[in-house]
Design a protein around this ligand. Structure first.
Ligand SMILES: Cc1ncc(COP(=O)(O)O)c(C=O)c1O
Length: 431
């Protein structure tokens, strides 16, 4: 086991008691010892259409037989254009221009660079400041950790990007505990952007980036009116608004994009994960018309945006992505999520009352169950909970002292019941 240095993992702990997954079908994983495990995490928030979908497998295999690789620098292939058009059709408003990457982290860095290039193209090259938010997660590139707001992801890595500031996070236990959907309290926290504008001057600020629902930090839905307020302040001061929808896009909140659920139009959206149902690594940035038009101009021989990745628009990823969108559309999975939301919330909130639970938050097919930390070891209670759930046939994700749930959108009500019954037994057995 020694050769593999595992990401975001307590390597020595894992390797002392490893657990290996061999197969995935529908809602289930199969372990190397043959046990079936219900997946309430959609992989890592990505397998929205469930595991092992034949249609995606066939599309990848078919593409691999015809063309496995061509760059999209100065040349192209039909699947990349087709997939981009499908995404532009799905994205709200004038988000019409798709730039392919290989991950959420690359999407975030790409979006930040687009924002800087946009202002420079408009003659406002002084707008270089980027505003993120405390508790935000935007992947692991230097751009993403700079605007991100999770201390442990930033502290070991030095100075990061200069000219970054952060809005406060939107969570307040006293005001919002056991929330379903958007909490009523907290829209005023968006006004902190005005404080940052007064501090730095709008002429130095390029963009604000937020997750519409902060996922990795533990499912923090935006307070009612908060995103609209951010949008208004950005508009008033010529600042771009970027939604990082790496988790929230592709049905997780009952719509193609969270922007549609909350009725707020960003200037740029980032996505990944559910884009290909996790089958092939891929991310995308979808830019609004004004951003694209400002940058893509000048002499026709100009490379307008000096940015891209060897695997941007990879043929296998595009084939997987088109097949994924076909499944989402034909099976109506976004609407399915919306239809299940209140059943899901009722079921997860029924766990309230276990003494180890400090808070429960739900929105769409997302949930976080926050546990009271053990005095002798933060994070240990949730980790033990994850292990016990696994022993009972259920995969959950532990993050700090939280259990985070984000099942595939194909989940059935009996499977939701199984998740909650299993967790209830696990919580009852935890000291
Ligand atoms: C909101 C958000 N942005 C970016 C990322 C990074 O994505 P990746 O791990 O594909 O680089 C994640 C991953 O969870 C995410 O949740």
């Amino acid at each position: 086991m020694n050769a593999l240095w595992m990401p975001f993992t307590a390597n020595r702990r894992f390797k002392s008691d490893p657990i290996l997954f061999e197969e995935g079908h529908g809602m289930h994983y199969v372990l190397s010892d043959g046990r079936r495990i219900l997946d309430s995490t959609a992989g890592l928030w990505c397998v929205n259409a469930g595991h092992g979908r034949d249609r995606i497998t066939d599309a990848i295999a078919d593409q691999a037989r015809r063309l496995q690789y061509i760059s999209t620098f100065q040349v192209g292939h039909p699947r990349a254009f087709e997939f981009a058009e499908r995404l532009a059709d799905l994205a709200p408003g004038d988000l019409d221009h798709v730039f392919f990457t290989n991950s959420g982290s690359e999407s975030v860095d790409t979006a930040l660079k687009m924002a800087l290039a946009y202002h420079r193209a408009l003659g406002q090259g002084g707008r270089t400041r980027l505003i993120g938010r405390e508790r935000g997660y935007h992947g692991t590139g230097f751009g993403g950790i700079s605007v991100g707001g999770i201390g442990a992801h930033r502290r070991p890595f030095g100075n990061l990007l200069s000219s970054v500031d952060h809005l406060p996070h939107t969570y307040n236990h006293a005001e919002q505990a056991f929330s379903r959907g958007e909490p009523a309290w907290g829209a005023h926290l968006a006004d902190d952007l005005i404080r940052l504008i007064q501090l730095h001057d709008a002429s130095t600020i390029a963009a604000v980036i937020v997750e519409p629902v902060a996922g990795s930090t533990g499912v923090l839905a935006p307070p009612v009116g908060y995103l609209k307020r951010l949008r208004d302040i950005c508009d008033e001061h010529g600042i771009l608004l970027i939604f990082d929808e790496v988790i929230t896009a592709f049905g997780r909140l009952g719509h193609a994009f969270a922007a549609q659920r909350f009725g707020v139009q960003p200037d740029i959206v980032t996505c990944a994960k559910g884009l290909t149902n996790g089958a092939v690594p891929m991310g995308a940035v979808i830019a609004g018309r004004k951003v694209h038009e400002a940058i893509v101009q000048g002499p026709i021989n100009n490379i307008e945006f000096s940015h891209g990745y060897t695997y941007s628009g990879h043929p296998l990823a595009c084939a997987a992505g088109i097949a994924t969108l076909d499944i989402y559309q034909e099976e109506g999975l976004f609407a399915r999520c919306a239809a299940l939301e209140s059943y899901w919330a009722d079921c997860v909130h029924s766990l309230k009352g276990h003494p180890v639970i400090r808070d429960i938050r739900t929105i769409g097919l997302l949930a976080a169950i926050e546990l009271v930390p053990r005095p002798n070891g933060p994070g240990l209670r949730a980790y033990e909970c994850m292990q016990r759930a696994l022993a009972s046939g259920l995969m959950v994700r532990s993050s700090g002292d939280q259990i985070v749930l984000s099942p595939p959108l194909i989940i059935e009500k009996e499977q939701i019941n199984f998740i909650c019954e299993t967790l209830s037994e696990v919580f009852a057995g935890l000291d």
